[in-house]
Write a protein that binds this ligand. Structure first.
Ligand code: MN
Length: 426
């Protein structure tokens, strides 16, 4: 070390002018341009159930500010969108959010009043007692009929609300070997999905989600992306695969699945969350931000190879904010998603392709890492400033007093209405 110090030459005097002349756009400007372009095109849908009290199967911990009804959920979603500028739509759960016979036009108007619109429609095929042994896969025709009826109702609701996506998640599965014919169940699910697909309007899409286990523990009827892919293909042209990041085994390479689905034109959307053990529904990027970055990288890379045209993907959040403030956790998620999406947009795809052609693995890997480790937060603040948004959405939310006021008002309203916090999952 001492030697190096002695022999280190005096740095040559810097002349900034020639370098600046060669580069009409400073690297900071170039970075900002990439980040701005990425964020302008990136919207993420928040889930209505993310604003309500949730918990685990062991219990719930209640929050005064948790949303009581759909109006509260839409108001909270409006607050998140006002502060982030990136969440114009809200995914809804038909059973939890809509009263039977509720006027869809009134719901759409309510959403508009709060500055948002209704996004993905999620039918509920897992809560009623009739679904004890499954919905579409159930051997009991009455259960299958109930599931289809509710799905068709949900699709019609989507049409009336101007919502594009019908998002299907099935809790169907069996707990013990021999309990049911795996192939018979497969065929029944196919039949149900084909019938549902027939009902879609011209602009609607049917997204089919998969999950390896839970609530059933022996065989889940749509256990992985391959099954979702096959079901989507059989259902019809407007069916796509939905990737919930938490619905994979720990060792699975999710970005590889994403790349395959992109290449096949079959990636419909995401349910973002993070996980450490199972389907933990933790905040996106809280455990492994590099994984979310790698997923976003595959999306940007696919667009680059596709002449700059991005795949039509619905970015949605599916998280349970059990013990975090629900609105704060949602804002944190959106900001994290924007940061990781923007970082992934910084990858130099031309340079990456050249390195990949040469099998320069170390340099290619470093190229990804240098984008991942770039601090995009100043560029994000500049983007927010350009949109008239608060520079720090979380700080602005806290300063607004929204949550304290909501907590007081909702606690009082619960008392007045005689609502005891608890009951269903959301
Ligand atoms: Mn999900």
């Amino acid at each position: 070390m001492a030697l190096a110090k002695k022999s280190s030459p005096k740095p040559a005097p810097k002349s900034a002018a020639p370098a600046a002349a060669k580069r009409p756009v400073s690297s900071k400007d170039a970075l900002e341009q990439k980040v701005f372009a990425a964020l302008d095109a990136f919207q993420i849908e928040t889930p209505s159930w993310g604003y309500a009290d949730t918990g685990t199967r062991f219990g719930k911990f209640f929050q005064d500010a948790a949303a009581i009804d759909l109006n509260d959920k839409l108001a909270d979603a409006g607050q998140v969108h006002r502060l982030t500028g990136a969440c114009p739509s809200v995914a809804v759960h038909v059973l939890w959010d809509f009263k039977p016979g509720e006027d869809p036009k009134a719901v759409a108007a309510l959403a508009a009043k709060h500055g948002v619109k209704i996004g993905a429609i999620n039918p509920n095929l897992f809560q009623d007692q009739i679904y004890k042994y499954g919905s579409f896969a159930n051997a009991d025709p009455a259960a299958r009929a109930a599931a289809l009826e509710h799905t068709l109702y949900s699709i019609d609701l989507g049409k009336k609300l101007g919502s594009r996506i019908v998002s299907m998640w099935f809790a169907d599965g069996v707990n013990y070997p021999g309990q049911a014919s795996v192939r018979a169940r497969k065929k029944r699910v196919e039949e149900g999905l084909i019938a549902a697909h027939k009902r879609l309007g011209p602009d609607q899409l049917l997204l089919i989600e998969y999950k390896p286990f839970e609530p059933a523990f022996y065989a889940t009827d749509i256990a992985d992306w391959g099954m979702s892919y096959l079901y989507s293909k059989k259902a019809g042209k407007k069916a796509r695969v939905l990737v919930d990041t938490g619905h994979h085994y720990t060792a699975q390479n999710i970005e590889q699945i994403v790349a395959w689905l992109l290449d096949e034109g079959m990636l419909g959307g995401f349910h973002f969350n993070d996980r450490r053990y199972a389907d933990d529904d933790l905040t996106l990027g809280s455990i492994d931000p590099y994984q979310a970055f790698r997923i976003f990288h595959e999306i940007h890379h696919h667009a680059f190879d596709n002449g700059g045209k991005y795949a039509d993907i619905a970015y949605m959040i599916d998280q349970s904010h059990n013990d975090k403030s629900k609105i704060e956790a949602t804002i944190q998620t959106v900001v994290t998603a924007q940061e990781l999406y923007a970082k992934a947009a910084l990858v130099d795809h031309k340079a990456l392709a050249a390195l990949q052609d040469k099998n320069a693995q170390l340099d290619a890997e470093e190229l990804l890492k240098s984008a991942f480790f770039t601090d995009v937060r100043p560029a994000l603040r500049a983007w927010r400033k350009s949109k008239g948004l608060p520079l720090d959405p979380l700080a602005a939310h806290r300063a607004s007093g929204y949550e304290v006021a909501a907590g007081k008002e909702r606690a009082a309203r619960r008392k007045e209405l005689g609502i005891v916090q608890g009951g269903s999952y959301a």
